[in-house]
Design a protein around this ligand. Structure first.
Ligand SMILES: [Zn+2]
Length: 239
């Protein structure tokens, strides 16, 4: 049940089938010289749509902007602040709650630490605000960190590398502009740097050369299966 495509009558009828909603969070962020800026958002939208094909669940319109720290100087990255992301999340989830939804999954295709901290902070606040709310805050990566490991050859692959390139080769092949060299940036430990591109010129973390559409299809399947399990777990959650 894709909220953006429903009428108000369909929305009301949908509430009789499910009180669960997934909100896809992404980013507008450089993903090397070969992947689109919308990569993270596409990941989250795609698995949300697949999930909605297999179980009764609402999927909210996606959030195309996130908090991007280490890529903030690269061309095309449009980052928002943690304060904005937190406020936006609280407003959107509160709106969904007012409309009758009770189980909320904040699924992020962007896994930045500062970004996830802002979403978690919003989640904690929302738990205090809404007594009947159940909420999960997670990245796709968390869902398949164990099960997907045997599919991926590159140790430490994280950004625009084997995993993300495989996913987009599968889901949106026309948006992949060739490949990019493998890269493992070495940011200093503890010290925050102004000139981020000096430490990370190519904007890739991992090895896009090892990507295939088949791996992307497998990964997507694993994410959707794990997500479906999580949705069931959240719906039955008691404490
Ligand atoms: Zn990404």
């Amino acid at each position: 049940m894709l909220i953006s495509e429903m009428t108000m009558e369909e929305f009301s009828a949908g509430l009789k089938k499910s009180r669960t909603v997934l909100i896809p969070f992404g980013s507008t962020e450089e993903h090397g010289s070969h992947l689109p800026l919308d990569t993270d958002t596409l990941h989250a939208i795609d698995v949300g749509r697949r999930l909605a094909e297999t179980r009764n669940i609402f999927v909210a319109p996606p959030i195309h902007y996130g908090v991007c720290r280490s890529t903030s100087e690269h061309p095309g990255t449009i980052s928002i602040t943690t304060e904005t992301l937190k406020a936006l999340t609280i407003d959107i989830v509160s709106g969904l709650y007012r409309q009758g939804l009770r189980n909320v999954i904040l699924l992020s295709g962007h896994a930045g630490g500062t970004h996830m901290a802002a979403l978690t902070d919003a989640g904690e606040k929302l738990l205090q605000m809404h007594p009947e709310l159940k909420i999960a805050v997670l990245t796709e990566f968390m869902l398949v960190a164990k099960t997907g490991r045997q599919l991926i050859e590159t140790a430490g692959d994280s950004h625009a590398g084997e995993i993300e390139t495989s996913r987009i080769l599968h889901s949106h092949p026309h948006l992949v502009k060739g490949s990019a060299p493998r890269e493992f940036p070495a940011f200093p430990s503890g010290i925050l740097v102004r000139n981020k591109r000096k430490f990370w010129p190519g904007g890739v973390w991992g090895d896009p050369g090892k990507a295939t559409a088949e791996k992307g299809a497998e990964l997507e399947k694993l994410v959707v299966a794990a997500l479906s399990e999580l949705a069931g777990q959240l719906e039955n959650w008691q404490e």
